[in-house]
Design a protein around this ligand. Structure first.
Ligand code: HEM
Length: 368
């Protein structure tokens, strides 16, 4: 990712950050789930039929909520249902091929820690998961872990472009960490390439990313506050519907009947003055900070990850990934939305940036 941005900065090439982030999170979640490098973020940004079919299948599946005729279309195999049948087959064929290749490996001694290997080994000697169950379980992680993080990263960068003083303050936090360790600390004793060139820049990015240990990331409180503030205003699951399994009474006395839908709207809740104060719609990372440290909110108020027993299972890994990626990018680059582009949201089951995504030009930050 850093090399693509660095090349684009030299030529002032416009990049769609949403596309880049979704490629990045696809590669990373695919590796975590199936233990396989899919490579959508290679420098030439290849079109990978599986990745395209995966995105299309997700999109059509989400649009079923708004299409009362989808079941009829499916029976007749016409329109978007004919398309989804084809794209889902591309997804299935690819996943089964990957699983076949992985099944042929000696997983017991592979030392791999991806979810495919873990699920397989978990069931060794017991009742094995069928390939279909394993496919469904792992695809669930892929669906839950790709758009969510990729879109949050996109909204975060958009927020930085709108609030240069916040971008600068974040940069200073990151630069201090860099200066303390890479420039003045132990890491400076290793020889760096000649200053100024691409090699020097890439080595500095590399060294900075090595600094981002779990503990170091926890100390980046302003970064954390900026991420939480993005998640508050742009929750990637903006509406979360649940169907009622049995007649019940909610804590406030509202009666719900079996078969009805109950929905909470994280997007609206993140903007309610009654919850967040009169400046609820403003992007203000400071609202999370008390004496320079992030003050956590109840998950029943900050509902972006849901709350209670169904809280997002990937929350901690998502927060870690967001911190690593955004710290690196905001230390070394600054972003500007292409003038004249009106960034809007588009709501499918997730909160996307509408076409043309997030087109930006990017410039390198000073390394001093
Ligand atoms: C910014 C990032 C993320 C946000 C805002 C987010 C949010 C959510 C929300 C709101 C739910 C719905 C819970 C429910 O209503 O049942 C959920 C479920 C889930 N999330 Fe996340 N998530 C994020 C990242 C991730 C990542 C990176 C992973 C995987 C490593 C992941 C894995 C899951 C899984 C497996 C579920 C359960 C799906 C199910 O019940 O079928 N999430 N997430």
């Amino acid at each position: 990712m850093a090399s693509i941005l660095s090349d684009a900065s030299a030529t002032q090439r416009v990049l769609d950050m949403q596309d880049l982030f979704l490629r990045f999170t696809m590669d990373s979640i695919f590796k975590v789930t199936f233990g396989y490098e899919i490579g959508t973020l290679k420098p030439e940004l290849p079109d990978i039929p599986f990745a395209d079919a995966f995105a299309l299948t997700n999109e059509i599946a989400s649009s079923r909520f708004m299409n009362p005729f989808w079941k009829l279309q499916r029976v007749l195999n016409v329109g978007s249902e004919a398309t989804i049948a084809k794209s889902a087959k591309v997804v299935d064929d690819f996943i089964y091929d990957v699983m076949k290749a992985r099944n042929a490996e000696n997983l017991q001694n592979s030392g791999q820690r991806d979810l495919f290997t873990r699920f397989k080994l978990l069931n060794e000697g017991g009742k094995e998961l069928t390939d279909k169950t394993l496919r469904d379980t792992l695809l669930n992680f892929l669906i839950a872990g790709r758009d969510s993080s990729g879109l949050t990263m996109s909204w975060f960068i958009y927020m930085m472009t709108l609030h240069p003083h916040i971008e600068q303050k974040l940069f200073e936090e990151l630069r201090d960490l860099d200066t303390e360790n890479v420039v003045n600390g132990d890491m400076s004793s290793k020889e760096l390439p000649q200053t100024g060139g691409d090699d020097y820049f890439h080595e500095r990015v590399e060294r900075f990313s090595e600094l981002l240990t779990f503990d170091a990331l926890l100390n980046l409180q302003y970064l954390h506050a900026c991420i939480l503030e993005t998640l508050r205003l742009y929750p990637v699951v903006p509406l979360n519907p649940k169907s009622v399994a049995a007649d019940d009474t909610l804590p406030d006395g509202t009666e719900v009947k079996k078969g009805e839908f109950v929905m909470y709207a994280a997007y609206a809740m993140g903007r309610m003055p009654s919850l967040w104060g009169p400046d609820a719609t403003e992007f203000k990372p400071e609202r999370w900070l008390v004496d320079g440290g992030v003050q956590p909110e109840s998950p029943f108020k900050f509902v972006t990850f849901q709350a209670g027993p169904r809280i997002c299972i990937g929350k901690d890994s998502a927060m870690l990934q967001l911190r690593i990626v955004l710290a690196t990018l905001c230390r070394f680059f600054t972003f500007q939305v292409v003038p004249g582009i009106d960034v809007k949201y588009r709501q499918m089951s997730t909160l996307l940036l509408a076409h043309p995504g997030l087109p930006v030009t990017v410039a390198k930050r000073s390394l001093d």
